[in-house]
Design a protein around this ligand. Structure first.
Ligand SMILES: C[S@@+](CC[C@H](N)C(=O)[O-])C[C@H]1O[C@@H](n2cnc3c(N)ncnc32)[C@H](O)[C@@H]1O
Length: 368
């Protein structure tokens, strides 16, 4: 999920993977370098009436500065004219956002407390998808990526996943899939109460809706919300622009963090996400990701004669668990390396610095 949106008022409101890959795999894996992205840039005909529709629904102007276009990785927002740093480029009222409040009250009552917010919004979206053109959200739903266009790792085939089986992303993907299967069984009885809308709902339908929400909803005080139009913005890890929530005015907005010339692609930062998180939740990675990090799990085999001593040292040096933007948690047998990679614009130097705590270095030297 995208980070919790920031507040426009002073109140709160939202590894690099090293593996080889086949030709097919490289097509599936969306390696993205903002400077190398192919901007198709033409107006997106299929979504041409999307903004006027949203503004009619909201009863206010949402943006006079952006239009929907296409890049090699789907839809994107472009400057319709010159934008100055500090300009508000879009403002989406809460009334045209989709949250768990949009769930049919009868369906909501049937879902227990264990059903997480993302799943509830996914069900609300599923209902709208199944209603087709009868849905009041049809203009929005029809512009969302289809199942075959989703690249988050839960959609990878067995053989594709095998290629990353040594990684944290692999473990998380397997965990996420198992959890989704459980969630689907948990919510199915509630869905079956609405056979006229949700007939023949499959697990694939469910994970499609779930992945859409996970890759394009922001956290807020009331859980998570899909923010139509803002969710066509793509990610740049170094951008300072984020989605802000104004809880008094009940709007989400984005302020430009730099000047843009007309027809330039406008990017924001979803969060300070590592490549592992980007791949897991969004289906792409960045080649030079300043927020990249790797979780290293220390596996001490049972036959290791020094097992007890090593366990003792690990526990002694264990740092309190902290959860970051990536949801990475340390535990006594793991640590996180933040890797900062950047390529100088002039010349071709690559600066890589690994930052890890003294105790972690101590571990690695002891375990050599
Ligand atoms: C919030 S949506 C952005 C709009 C999306 N491109 C579309 O076509 O609707 C997030 C998705 O956009 C794509 N995306 C966003 N930023 C990207 C980037 N820098 N490189 C590659 N894909 C990106 C990924 O597929 C991601 O899951």
């Amino acid at each position: 999920m995208l980070s919790r949106a920031g507040t426009s008022q002073p109140r709160w409101s939202l590894g690099q993977l090293f593996f080889t890959f086949s030709h097919r795999f490289s097509a599936r894996l969306n390696f993205s370098s903002i400077s190398e992205v192919k901007v198709l840039n033409h107006l997106d005909d299929e979504c041409g009436d999307f903004l006027p529709w949203l503004e009619r629904k909201a009863g206010v102007q949402v943006s006079s500065k952006l239009y929907i276009g296409k890049v090699s990785y789907g839809r994107s927002l472009f400057a319709s004219r010159d934008i100055q740093i500090g300009d508000c480029i879009l403002r989406v009222p809460y009334s045209v956002q989709i949250s768990s409040d949009n769930l049919l009250p009868k369906a909501s009552a049937l879902l227990d407390d264990q059903v997480e917010s993302v799943t509830k919004v996914a069900i609300a979206l599923l209902v709208e998808q199944k209603l087709g053109w009868e849905s009041e959200w049809a203009h929005y739903v029809s512009c969302l990526p289809q199942l075959g266009e989703m690249n988050s790792t839960i959609f990878w085939s067995r053989s594709e996943l095998d290629m990353i089986c040594q990684s944290f992303v692999y473990q998380e993907t397997i965990k996420q899939k198992a959890q989704l299967e459980k969630d689907f069984l948990r919510i199915k009885p509630a869905l079956e109460q609405f056979p006229h809308i949700l007939r023949r709902i499959t697990f694939k339908d469910f994970i499609h809706a779930y992945a859409l929400v996970k890759s394009r909803a922001w956290g807020s005080t009331k859980g998570v919300s899909l923010i139509p139009f803002a969710d066509f913005l793509n990610h740049d890890g170094v951008s300072e622009a984020i989605v802000l929530n104004d809880e008094d005015k009940h709007v989400s907005e984005v302020i430009a963090d730099r000047n843009y010339a007309a027809h330039e692609e406008v990017l924001i930062r979803y969060g300070k996400f590592s490549n592992a998180t980007l791949l897991l939740d969004f289906g792409f990675t960045l080649p030079y990701n300043i927020h990249d990090q790797v979780k290293v799990q220390i596996d001490i085999p049972h036959h290791d004669l020094l097992r007890e001593t090593k366990l003792e040292i690990l526990k002694k040096h264990y740092l309190p668990a902290i959860e970051d933007d990536n949801g990475f948690k340390t535990s006594w047998d793991s640590f996180i390396i933040n890797e900062v990679c950047c390529r100088k614009r002039e010349g071709c130097a690559t600066v890589t610095s690994c930052v890890c705590s003294g105790s972690m270095l101590h571990f690695s030297s002891r375990f050599k």
